[in-house]
Design a protein around this ligand. Structure first.
Ligand SMILES: Nc1nc2c(c(=O)[nH]1)N[C@H]1C(S)=C(S)[C@@H](COP(=O)(O)OP(=O)(O)OC[C@H]3O[C@@H](n4cnc5c(=O)[nH]c(N)nc54)[C@H](O)[C@@H]3O)O[C@H]1N2
Ligand SMILES: Nc1nc2c(c(=O)[nH]1)N[C@H]1C(S)=C(S)[C@@H](COP(=O)(O)OP(=O)(O)OC[C@H]3O[C@@H](n4cnc5c(=O)[nH]c(N)nc54)[C@H](O)[C@@H]3O)O[C@H]1N2
Ligand code: SF4
Ligand SMILES: [Mo]
Length: 787
């Protein structure tokens, strides 16, 4: 009956990596996937409305849309189409499916199989001790949740996670419910994504969001792209880079890997891209060692100071802390910089030279920067360089953290944040007349600790796949299993339905592709992209089943069953007429005055951003803050590698669409570890050998193991390895987080490879060449940093 087979890793094929991204292959793959999952009618109905002003916002990444007058008829990329096909699939997971498959049996399948079963059609419950999910009425489900939440000793025993696909309306209602219930425990995927960016930017410029628009990208003279793989994760960014290139911009790529889209791009939307050679994107590629970015940007800073290539007028007027930063970078040691970055002084000078020549530079970054222990310091260093060049609040220049999930930025704007500012809580209080909790809540990592330690007994996920997205898979799974109740609002089956609490609910929801009518008529939702543009999104196809509900209806149902009309909040009315939610938003959320009106015009509106709009900075000094950070160098013991955990071209986070990481040449398998040929040899292995990956975290003295990975010889700096997320999440220790943001360090896991089968044995240390005695690994085998 099942629609897909589990992955057979023996089918793995390894080809030479591709140099160019997109082109006809991208179009072909997108169409094939769409037709096979959705059929021709749904393919046409959805794709023609994808990212159009009268259609729906792409469910994949947060890259912005061009102005309404400049949109193509096909304003999407291969991976946007795959995401739509994945949601709008015609396959269904029905009560009969759950009757056939016990939880134990489903758990024996892999994540690819789980997702391929299709869309969930009915609310389901697993009762304590149950082996199967059974159908449950919506009202009974709400009552069960309400009963549980009302009988907690403290609201802080519950935690409410959000994944970044939730609409602004759903997010606003969810945080309202959580706070009206009495807790700020609002962890979200952002805690694992751009938390480090938000922290660094708020300290540096007073606002945690990027400062550029799409027009700025077109107008930039130089664009630095660090720790980001746009060809796969933000594919239409390449179209914008192509425009910038044609207008003369220089592009610098900072990445351990030579990612296809950064090297060459064949735009499938223009004939020359389909048939021609495409556009060479990067003018300079810096193959940086993992976690070398702090050193690189200090090196660039040092050269800019030495060359006096600084915007003194801007610094005098707008910048605080310049003198101490200047002293600091002038003292930076070139040997250390070269060692930490793996780059030569000449390479760094070449980059600095391009930045010096440009009077408008944009700095883009993503997970390659945010998921390290010193991530906040590294991003601060990027801000430092941008600020001393005056590259903010002017055309063609600025800071551009490229967001992941399509509405992750909007969810934060709407108050999904365990540490939301006081003024937001004041507005909430003024609007709804209750006293919201003021104490900070728990983020993702602290929620896991809370569950593990028995302090949290209830987990709810508004979307997402918590157990696979979070670090330390086994620890997180055990933590969820200790809870009394887990509630997952989901579209598709995933591991978080199987690693669950005593009572577990699956509440199936409509996706963004589906149109949504209530007794008050057709409804639309709103979203915010990575560049602070907010606009409407209207679904176009019928909901998967008459039994699924919108996220907004589900939140309203749970709220009514839990707190009823305690604060006089009109939950049911909001769920009928989303304009009521938008009116509340307009009075609570800064920058959203006239929200109802502004979101409903083509292209929507752009939220205010003081540094971008007026070069003003809402920091304590009233100026942009330069901060000098000690140059930390990741120390890697002999025989060990730094492992980054990244995305293939055929997945969306924990959702595995297929088995083709086309650009990197990997087909029909996912358990691979990319290594430099010399590292392979030095560790006594050969290409394609099967290994286990082991990491030792001294804090708990536990070896974490991920088994059975094929070694693939790859162009990556020596000492820097790579493997796919989420297969490697079991290696990321829960307590290994970024200083200042508590974000898991998924891009710098210190591992050693051992022959397959030996990872779980007691004494793997001794079997490794170049690794000291057992005593030595207590001090050597974990990441620590020199100051
Ligand atoms: N198709 C698709 N699109 C997506 C997603 C998806 O899974 N699939 N996920 C969405 C989400 S939630 C997010 S957050 C974004 C993620 O978008 P990305 O951040 O592009 O995602 P990753 O695959 O994690 O890639 C990280 C990149 O950083 C590089 N890198 C790793 N470590 C370092 C380092 O220390 N320094 C430098 N300079 N580079 C480094 C890697 O080689 C890789 O190119 O994409 C979003 N879009
Ligand atoms: N090792 C490692 N770990 C990482 C990362 C990494 O790079 N390396 N990246 C981190 C990052 S950047 C992120 S953002 C997180 C992602 O963490 P999450 O956001 O938690 O994970 P996703 O895989 O995006 O969630 C997929 C699930 O969302 C549900 N879903 C899809 N669409 C909808 C919808 O419209 N509504 C609802 N209610 N549910 C829906 C489906 O059931 C699907 O199974 O993972 C983080 N974890
Ligand atoms: S770039 Fe991102 S938002 Fe745009 S179509 Fe592609 S996946 Fe969707
Ligand atoms: Mo993300």
């Amino acid at each position: 009956m099942s629609k897909a087979k589990d992955i057979d890793e023996d089918q793995l094929e390894v080809h030479a990596p591709k140099r160019a991204a997109a082109g006809v292959t991208g179009v072909r793959v997108a169409m094939q996937r769409s037709l096979s999952l959705m059929g021709p009618t749904r393919t046409a109905r959805t794709l023609l409305k994808l990212n159009q002003t009268d259609g729906f916002d792409c469910v994949s990444c947060a890259w912005p849309d061009p102005d309404p007058e400049n949109r193509h008829a096909a304003e999407f990329c291969e991976n946007g189409a795959k995401a739509v096909a994945d949601e709008a699939t015609t396959d269904r997971v029905t009560p009969a499916f759950f009757a056939r498959h016990s939880i134990e049996e489903m758990a024996a399948h892999d994540d690819y199989w789980l997702n391929m079963q299709g869309r969930i059609t009915h609310p389901m419950v697993k009762r304590p001790g149950g082996t199967h999910y059974e159908p449950i009425d919506w009202d009974d489900a709400y009552a069960l949740i309400g009963e549980h939440l009302r009988t907690r000793e403290s609201p802080d025993q519950a935690t409410f996670y959000t994944s970044g696909r939730a609409s602004n309306e759903a997010a606003f209602m969810y945080q309202l419910f959580t706070r009206a219930y009495g807790t700020n425990n609002l962890p979200d995927c952002s805690n694992m994504c751009h938390e480090s960016s938000g922290t660094a930017l708020t300290e540096a410029i007073g606002i945690g969001k990027g400062s550029v628009s799409l027009r700025d990208i077109y107008d930039a003279k130089c664009i630095v792209i660090a720790g980001q793989n746009p060809g796969t994760n933000h594919p239409r960014m390449l179209s914008a880079l192509e425009i910038a290139k044609r207008r003369g911009a220089k592009i610098i790529s900072v990445n351990p890997l030579r990612e296809a889209g950064l090297v060459n791009f064949r735009n499938p939307q223009v004939p020359r891209g389909v048939v021609g050679k495409g556009t060479e994107i990067a003018d300079l590629h810096l193959p940086i060692r993992l976690n070398g970015d702090l050193a690189l940007f200090q090196g660039i800073g040092r050269l800019l100071v030495e060359w006096d290539a600084l915007d003194h007028e801007f610094i005098d007027k707008h910048v605080d802390g310049f003198d101490s930063w200047r002293e600091h970078v002038l003292a930076a040691d070139w040997d250390e910089i070269e060692g930490a970055s793996g780059l030569t002084r000449d390479q760094i000078a070449e980059a600095a030279e391009i930045i010096r020549e440009s009077d408008a530079t944009i700095y883009c970054w993503a997970m390659g920067l945010t998921q390290h222990r010193n991530a906040v310091a590294s991003i601060r260093e990027i801000c430092n360089v941008a600020l001393v060049r005056g590259d903010i609040g002017k055309r063609g220049a600025g800071l551009c953290p490229v967001r992941g999930h399509s509405n992750v930025q909007g969810d934060r704007t709407m108050g999904i944040w365990e540490r939301v500012p006081e003024h937001f809580l004041d507005s909430l209080q003024a609007e709804f007349g209750f006293d919201p909790p003021r104490e900070h809540g728990l983020d993702t990592v602290d929620s896991i600790r809370g569950m593990r330690d028995g302090k949290i007994t209830f987990f709810m996920g508004l979307g997402g796949n918590f157990v696979k997205a979070a670090p330390d898979t086994e620890v997180t799974a055990d933590a969820l299993a200790t809870t009394e109740m887990t509630v997952q609002v989901s579209t598709k089956l995933n591991r978080s339905h199987l690693e669950c609490g005593d009572t577990a609910l699956i509440l199936p929801t409509m996706g963004r592709t589906e149109h949504n009518a209530t007794s008050a008529g057709e409804q639309f939702i709103t979203v915010e992209d990575s560049m602070s543009a907010v606009h409407a999104s209207r679904g176009v196809i019928p909901p998967v089943s008459e039994h699924v509900r919108s996220e907004i209806a589900i939140i309203a149902g749970i709220a009514e069953a839990t707190i009823g009309d305690r604060h006089g909040i009109r939950w049911a009315d909001m769920a009928e007429d989303y304009n009521i939610i938008r009116h509340h938003i307009s009075r609570v959320v800064p920058g959203c005055e006239e929200y109802t009106h502004n979101v409903d015009r083509p292209g929507g509106f752009v939220l205010p951003h003081a540094p971008r709009d007026t070069r003003t900075f809402e920091t304590s000094s009233g100026k942009a803050e330069l901060i000098a950070s000690p140059l930390e160098v990741l120390q890697v013991p002999e025989g060990h590698l730094v492992l980054q955990t990244l995305r293939s071209h055929d997945q969306f986070n924990t959702t595995i669409y297929g088995l083709s990481d086309r650009y990197r040449g990997i087909e029909d398998g996912r358990r691979v570890v990319f290594m430099h040929p010399d590292d392979i040899a030095a560790q006594g292995f050969k290409d394609r050998d099967m290994v286990d990956l082991v990491t030792r975290w001294d804090d708990d003295d536990v070896d974490r193991v991920a088994e059975k990975f094929r070694i693939v010889s790859y162009e990556t700096p020596r000492g820097s390895a790579a493997a796919y997320y989420p297969e490697t999440n079991s290696l990321v220790p829960l307590d290994s987080t970024a200083t200042g943001s508590n974000q898991p360090t998924s891009k710098s896991v210190i591992v050693r490879a051992v022959p397959a089968g030996q990872g779980r044995s007691d004494d793997t240390g001794g079997s490794q060449e170049g690794v000291g005695s057992d005593d030595s690994h207590k001090t050597d085998r974990q990441p620590h940093h020199l100051s």
